[in-house]
Design a protein around this ligand. Structure first.
Ligand SMILES: Nc1nc2c(ncn2[C@@H]2O[C@H](COP(=O)(O)OP(=O)(O)OP(=O)(O)O)[C@@H](O)[C@H]2O)c(=O)[nH]1
Ligand SMILES: [Mg+2]
Length: 243
C-alpha cells in the first residue's frame, strides 16, 4: 500500500525540517509532497534541500499564498495521478504529532476518510487561548447548523483519504479555497455514505512561526459553507461527484 503525506507550507522555515525527520522516523516507507506557496521566509529552499536528501520527497512550488484549500486540491490530484492508495495531510507547525500516523493508517484500512479528532474521547487540545477556542467554537457551530455533518472534529487538518474514493469527487466543482475545503469534502463523504472514521488526537498549538488562520479566513469559510449548502440543496450532493 502506497501512502502520500502532503505538507502544505507557507512560512514554516522553523518547522519543516524537524517535522520531516520525525515523519520519516515513524513511517520511513511513506512518500512526502511539500506544497510551498513561494514562502517569503525561504521555506521552499529548505523543501528542495530535503528533496535532494530523500528520494521519496517531492516539492511543488506555487505562486505566493495560493491558499490552503487549493494546496489540498493539488495534493489530491497528485495522489490520484501517481497511483497512491492513501493520501494524508498534516500541518507543518508541529500541531499534529507524527506518532499518531500508525493509528491513523491502521484505521484507514477500513475507512474512506480518517479524521484525527481532538474532541473524541481520548483526544485533546494543548495551548489554545480563549480567542482561538472561540474561533473554533464558532466554526463548529457553523458546520453543525449549515452542513450537519455528524462527526466530532470538522476542522482538523490531520486526515487520511482512500485515493479510490477521492477519484469520485469532481474537484472542478469542489474548488473552494481556504481552510474550509476539507470540511466541505467531509460533508460530501457523509452524504454519499462513504465511511468516515475518527481516531483520538492531541493537538499542540504552534510554538514557532506565525498562524495563517485569522478572522477573515474564518468568515470566508462560513461564506463558502453557505454557498456550498445552497448548491447541494439545489442540485443534491451528487453535483460534486464525477459523472
Ligand atoms: N501551501 C500553503 N500552505 C498554507 C497556506 N496557508 C496555510 N498553510 C499551511 O497550512 C498549515 C496550517 O496553517 P496554520 O497557520 O497552522 O493554521 P491553523 O493550524 O488553523 O492555525 P493555528 O492553530 O493558529 O496554527 C500550515 O502547515 C501552514 O503553513 C497557503 O496559502 N498555502
Ligand atoms: Mg497551525
Amino acid at each position: 500500500m502506497r501512502t502520500l503525506i502532503m505538507l502544505p507550507t507557507y512560512n514554516e522555515k522553523e518547522n519543516l525540517e524537524d517535522l520531516v525527520t520525525e515523519i520519516l522516523a515513524v513511517a520511513p516507507e511513506v512518500s512526502i509532497l511539500i506544497i510551498d506557496d513561494s514562502s517569503p521566509d525561504g521555506t521552499g529552499a529548505i523543501a528542495l534541500k530535503l528533496a535532494k536528501l530523500h528520494e521519496q520527497i517531492t516539492v511543488i512550488e506555487r505562486p505566493p499564498k495560493s491558499g490552503r484549500g487549493t494546496a489540498s486540491t493539488s495534493g489530491y490530484k497528485y495522489a490520484i495521478n501517481k497511483g497512491f492508495d492513501y493520501y494524508m495531510e498534516m500541518d507543518v507547525d508541529h500541531s499534529h504529532s507524527p506518532k499518531e500516523l500508525p493509528a491513523i493508517l491502521e484505521a484507514a484500512k477500513n475507512a474512506d476518510m480518517v479524521i484525527a479528532s481532538r474532541f473524541l474521547k481520548g483526544g485533546s487540545v494543548e495551548g489554545w487561548n480563549l480567542k482561538r477556542r472561540l474561533l473554533h467554537l464558532a466554526a463548529d457551530i457553523a458546520v453543525r447548523l449549515i452542513l450537519g455533518t455528524p462527526n466530532t472534529d470538522h476542522t482538523n487538518g490531520y486526515r487520511c483519504y482512500r485515493v479510490g474514493k477521492l477519484k469520485k469527487i469532481d474537484f472542478k466543482k469542489l474548488s473552494f479555497d481556504g481552510y474550509v475545503a476539507h470540511t466541505l469534502l467531509e460533508n460530501i463523504y457523509h452524504r454519499a455514505g462513504y465511511i468516515i472514521k475518527e481516531v483520538p488526537s492531541t493537538f499542540y498549538n504552534r510554538t514557532k512561526g506565525k498562524s495563517k488562520m485569522n478572522k477573515s479566513e474564518a468568515l470566508e469559510g462560513i461564506k463558502n459553507m453557505i454557498k456550498f449548502r445552497l448548491l447541494t440543496l439545489r442540485h443534491g450532493y451528487k453535483y460534486f461527484l464525477q459523472h
